[in-house]
Design a protein around this ligand. Structure first.
Ligand SMILES: Cc1ncc(COP(=O)(O)O)c(C=O)c1O
Length: 227
């Protein structure tokens, strides 16, 4: 069964296309299942016993999927997360209600006062407002770099904690050498490489395979079938 295989086994026995076609299918119950995951909408979750509740609330890795309260996700959302994880060849996906919210969560969640951030100049424009209105007042400094910068290493500062990039970039479509950026960032120490992968989506490009630490995709675009 596909679902019982480890990631390595999956790589060797089924092709990527086959895996994606079969991804996010619900489990068989009594030998049958709906083809697409049923839509589960919920607020408060009722547990059959205290033991079941305690098991569901076990602290797992940050952002681990557990159906404990509707706003934290339901099995429908978790199925989509798993599919995107496969599409991006990653290790875990977290859904947000918009792409910009995901970007804000990454910037505000991983950066702290005193940190410095490098941002590609072709960044999706509203990110500039996020930087200006939310990061600036929290004492997080940032500089933009040209998507054609030949020597990114020279722009790193001792406090740089993140390189935020986008490839292709909005809207002039410069491509970024993610492997090269990751090599520079990781040689410098604890510098995260974050890539907005909205334009390509995991179908065409997978930043994590090239050394990025986080990939962000706005599902409102290519991924959702719109432009
Ligand atoms: C490259 C890129 N990143 C992020 C976003 C933000 O997505 P959302 O509209 O879901 O907030 C967009 C939306 O246009 C985008 O084009």
């Amino acid at each position: 069964m596909l679902t019982a295989m480890t990631r390595d086994e999956k790589e060797t026995t089924v092709g990527r296309g086959t895996r994606l076609v079969h991804g996010a299918r619900p489990p068989y119950v009594d030998g049958r299942r709906p083809v697409n995951p049923p839509v589960v909408r919920a607020a408060t979750v009722d547990f059959a016993s205290m033991a079941d509740m305690a098991a569901a609330q076990q602290p797992g890795s940050a952002g681990a999927q557990s159906f404990t309260y509707g706003v934290r996700g339901t099995p429908t959302g978790f199925a989509l997360e798993d599919l995107i994880t496969d599409l991006e060849n990653g290790h875990g996906t977290k859904l947000y209600s918009s792409g910009l919210e995901a970007i804000a969560a990454v910037l505000l969640g991983f950066l702290h006062p005193g940190d410095h951030l490098l941002v590609v100049d072709t960044v999706y424009a509203p990110v500039r407002q996020l930087l200006d209105r939310f990061l600036h007042e929290r004492g997080i400094r940032y500089d933009f770099y040209s998507p054609r910068e030949p020597d990114l290493a020279r722009l790193l500062q001792p406090t740089t904690r993140m390189i935020y990039t986008e490839t292709p970039g909005s809207v002039t479509m410069e491509l970024q050498d993610i492997a090269g950026i990751a090599a520079i960032a990781h040689a410098h120490g604890d510098v995260l490489v974050v890539c907005d992968n909205t334009w390509a989506s995991g179908y065409c490009y997978r930043p994590l395979e090239h050394g990025a630490d986080l990939s962000i995709v706005a599902g409102t675009k290519y991924l959702g079938g719109h432009s």
